[in-house]
Design a protein around this ligand. Structure first.
Ligand code: BG6
Length: 503
């Protein structure tokens, strides 16, 4: 792939976790792999008092800890560090943005900061709008500057906290930038395993004919994390699992599994198909939410033999918080392909194992011959797309046990990324930063997509706000509350990997 043209990345929220854990390590790995242009610069913008030097030292530590490619020697780090600058200002101070403009103009004059600019909103969500306003006021955005030099903006999730606020933010961004300059990030779309969903479905002929209600019994999407809120209590307590994971990552996974083949990989062709899925999601009526949605919060428990505190004991979380850290829900897609196929979605923090996967459960064969006594009942075929960790795909099918007789048992055929390609896939942020710098928005979400996802969640969020039902709890280190198991058991199904413990 071509390298992007020279650009300057301006990161708002440069003292934050995202910059340290993801953004700068990703830029460094791209730099070391030779995927960035010779001329590029990174300007960190934040409120804390720092010098270029202290910012560089912090970033060195971040790269050492989090980058895929570690600083090998002083020379390479030195060449990279020379491109890092720090600009101190609050996000509301017009003067700070004016001096940013001067800094960028000076850098573009002496060639150290290329004139094409990628602004990255890595701040707390409440600062997205003020920063966009200040960028406009300081005339740092140039909607007409295309193709070069360009200005683009990357907006981290969450885009809004409900449909109304998402619309407001989209309108604000649309007022300042043209749609093709706005890159709404959902980092799941940058994961190799997520991109592979479309390849698996549409670059092979064997899956598409059975990828529908005729052959698929149900689909499960699980995104399980062992971590808690990791110092992000203040943000998380306003978000909760529905806003933090379901509205974006999980619904994006669902779209990729369920969408029709786009006519090309052009950004709008792909996004048009995703929007159709979101619009076809059967809204969960208010009076059914209690039945089809389970929310819960973790209490203290043990993960990997380590005792961990409950959610209400985390920093910056009120001790009477009713924010959910776990959600399981059942939905359906009202279209020709998926009518009647349940999609079970589940995500939670402080679960026993980190595991994100999509499992497609095919219908059982008829209850005659092998699927009847004395051989059956038999487990149906399951195709599992392991998003992370141990990235790969497995297919479960029945085989005859070698030997006399007709013993039959399920067998798993497995493909693993590290085993097949010799290394784990690169971090999602590497791909997404590179695509935004190239101007390719295929792996970013469009405003109508974000709004359609919020529309689906609207009745659920309203119900959460109004329901006086006590929020169920689950001890850290377990797979959520019993209600989440009942959600799927009452349909006669099990969560993938769950063992049936009742008759
Ligand atoms: C983020 C959420 O978007 O995704 C976090 O805000 C979550 O709460 C994270 O932990 C999970 O990302 P990943 O790539 O580790 O699965």
């Amino acid at each position: 792939m071509d390298r992007p043209e020279p650009f300057t990345l301006v990161v708002f929220g440069a003292s934050g976790d995202l910059t340290r854990r993801k953004l700068v390590p990703a830029v460094y790995s791209l730099f070391r792999d030779g995927q960035l242009p010779e001329r590029f610069a990174v300007v960190g913008f934040a409120r804390r008092d720092k010098t270029d030097e202290s910012f560089r030292n912090e970033m060195r530590e971040a790269v050492d800890t989090f980058a895929r490619v570690k600083p090998a020697n002083g020379d390479e780090w030195g060449r990279f560090a020379a491109r890092l600058r720090y600009h101190r200002s609050s996000f509301e101070d017009p003067e700070g943005f004016r001096s940013l403009r001067e800094l960028l103009a000076k850098g573009s004059g002496d060639g150290t900061m290329p004139a094409s600019r990628l602004f990255y909103l890595a701040t707390q969500p409440q600062w997205f709008a003020p920063v966009i306003d200040q960028l406009s006021a300081a005339e740092l955005i140039c909607p007409e500057c295309r193709p070069s030099p360009w200005s683009r903006i990357i907006i981290e999730k969450p885009i809004g906290r409900d449909l109304a606020t998402a619309r407001e933010l989209n309108a604000l961004a649309d007022g300042a930038f043209a749609e093709d300059q706005i890159f709404r990030i959902d980092h799941y779309l940058g994961k190799e395993t997520v991109q592979n969903i479309l390849v698996l479905r549409f670059a092979n002929s064997i899956f598409e004919p059975v990828w529908n209600q005729k052959y698929v019994d149900h689909v499960q999407i699980t995104v399980a994390e062992t971590i808690g809120v990791e110092g992000r209590g203040a943000y998380y307590d306003r978000a909760g699992a529905l806003r933090d994971m379901v509205q974006n990552h999980i619904l994006q996974l669902l779209c990729l599994v369920a969408m029709e083949s786009p006519s090309s990989l052009a950004p709008n062709d792909v996004r048009d198909e995703k929007v159709k899925v979101l619009k076809a999601l059967r809204p969960i009526p208010r009076d059914c939410v209690a039945n089809d949605v389970v929310r819960a919060q973790y209490t203290a428990g043990t993960i990997g033999r380590k005792a961990v505190p409950g959610y209400r004991e985390e920093d910056n979380v009120p001790n009477d918080s009713t924010t959910e850290t776990f959600v399981a829900l059942k939905t359906c897609i009202n279209n020709w392909r998926w009518k009647g196929v349940p999609f079970y979605l589940r995500t939670g923090k402080r679960l026993p194992r980190r595991m994100s996967e999509i499992s497609i459960h095919f219908k059982a064969v008829p209850e005659v011959l092998f699927n009847a006594a004395p051989f059956g009942p038999m487990e149906p075929n399951v195709l599992v797309l392991r998003i992370q960790p141990n990235e790969g795909i497995s297919m479960q099918f029945q085989v005859k046990q070698p030997g006399p007789g007709t013993g039959i048992r399920p067998f798993r055929m497995d493909f693993g990324y590290s085993h097949s390609f010799g290394h784990a896939p690169p971090d999602a942020y590497e791909r997404l930063l590179l695509d935004a710098a190239r101007g390719d928005s295929t792996l970013f979400t469009r405003s109508d997509e974000v709004e359609a996802a919020w529309s689906f969640l609207a009745p659920i969020l309203e119900w959460c706000g109004e329901s006086d039902v006590e929020l169920p709890v689950y001890p850290a280190g377990t797979w959520g509350p019993e209600d989440a198991d009942n959600l799927i058991h009452r349909d006669g199904r099990l969560w993938h990997g769950e063992v049936k413990t009742w008759a």
